[in-house]
Design a binder for this molecule. Structure first.
Ligand SMILES: NC(=O)c1ccc[n+]([C@@H]2O[C@H](COP(=O)([O-])OP(=O)(O)OC[C@H]3O[C@@H](n4cnc5c(N)ncnc54)[C@H](OP(=O)(O)O)[C@@H]3O)[C@@H](O)[C@H]2O)c1
Ligand SMILES: [Zn+2]
Ligand SMILES: [Zn+2]
Length: 333
């Protein structure tokens, strides 16, 4: 039996819950979970904000642990190996996206906490193709957040050929945003942090920003007019997107990784003259995750974490919801 923490109905009060995972599939591995980060998407799923939750719901998709069991057809991993698992747990491996390395765009991709049970548990299962070994230079205690938050902000740098010397704005300095500051700084970019929290202004500079602006103040945002090549928006709140577009240089891009639910109020005539783009992306492929982990190891990039025991999971969820987390909460066994 797998010993998990589950929500029985919409909300962030979890309780211990056991389930039988059944026989291990040929292509699957079972990971003994040591640490698991808490992503805002876990909160959104537990509260059924996206309307796709099924209960009992076991969330948790920033897992680090060791391989405890492997299916007969698994050849890319070893028993006992240190690995991580993120938002996606399985791919069809046959569509043109899987065949060209864009697994994260596979229409059949399964999400770790949708229609499956996630890693707020002692064990979690996934197809071996979605599980990535941890380089020896990375600390298991802080590596979990790289598997969702980290890859989500690293992937756009790869997808859009962001160069050293490009200027990147990061909106929202939470779990995703604080890692974005670190990655963009190490990538060589000039980095502007947009935060709504006065208290994070100085910390953002330590995390890698060269300048901090107020994400909700028109004059502050306006001071960056015409300066940025890429904006990575990690908030799920509605902001003045037209104002953010005015901070882009020609060919600049406003890129959403935060799950903003309100329709965007954006005029084409604001995009046209400077050939601006508006886009969004889900996490990143297993190969890009491996590339991101190597980059993080080489540049000593770690999530800044706060640690809770799994038994204290309800306090940890409440702490994230309060907006006080600095900057990623990690649960440990
Ligand atoms: N695209 C993907 O594949 C992907 C992957 C993972 C997560 N996500 C989504 O990304 C979003 C962020 O996740 P996270 O784990 O980083 O969340 P988080 O740790 O809660 O951080 C979100 C940040 O947004 C800012 N914020 C919150 N409320 C705000 C408001 N009313 N106005 C302005 N700013 C506000 C805050 O930063 P400041 O204090 O600096 O303002 C907060 O720290 C979520 O929507 C999540 O579902 C998407
Ligand atoms: Zn996530
Ligand atoms: Zn596929």
């Amino acid at each position: 039996m797998v010993k998990a923490y589950a929500a029985m109905e919409a909300g962030i009060t979890l309780q211990p819950w056991e389930y039988d995972p059944g026989p291990l599939l040929d292509t699957e591995v079972e990971i003994e979970v040591e640490h698991c980060g808490i992503c805002h998407s876990d909160l959104s799923m537990l509260q059924n904000e996206w309307g796709v939750a099924r209960y009992p719901l076991v969330a948790g998709h920033e897992a680090v642990g060791t391989i405890a069991a492997m299916g007969d057809n698994v050849s890319n991993l070893q028993l006992g190996e240190r690995v991580g698992l993120g938002w996606q747990s399985s791919f069809c491996m046959a569509c043109s996206y899987c065949m060209t390395g864009d697994h994260n765009l596979c229409a059949q991709a399964q999400r770790t906490i949708i229609g499956r049970h996630g890693a707020f548990a002692d064990k979690v299962r996934a197809d071996a193709a979605s599980v990535v070994p941890l380089p020896s230079g990375l600390d298991s205690r802080t590596a979990g957040p790289l598997f969702c938050a980290g890859i989500t902000v690293f992937n756009p740098l790869v997808q859009f050929n962001i160069s050293p010397g490009d200027r990147v704005g990061v909106v929202g300095i939470g779990g995703l945003g604080h890692l974005a500051l670190k990655f963009c700084n190490a990538w060589g970019c000039e980095v502007v942090a947009f935060t709504s929290s006065e208290a994070k202004t100085a910390e953002a500079l330590e995390l890698g920003a060269h300048r901090t602006l107020n994400s909700r103040d028109a004059d502050s945002i306006g001071s960056a007019a015409g300066s940025l090549d890429l904006i990575l928006c990690t908030v799920s709140a509605e902001l003045d997107w037209g104002l953010y577009l005015s901070t882009l240089r020609p060919k600049g891009r406003l890129h959403f990784v935060g799950a903003v639910l309100q329709p965007l109020q954006i005029g084409v005539l604001q995009l046209m003259p400077a050939q601006l783009s508006v886009s969004s992306s889900p996490v990143g492929s297993p190969a890009t995750i491996a590339q991101m982990l190597e980059f993080a190891s080489r540049h000593d990039i770690q999530a800044q974490t706060e640690h809770f025991s799994f038994d204290d999971i309800n306090s940890a969820l409440a702490h994230l919801e309060s907006g006080e987390a600095r900057y990623r909460i990690v649960l440990s066994h």
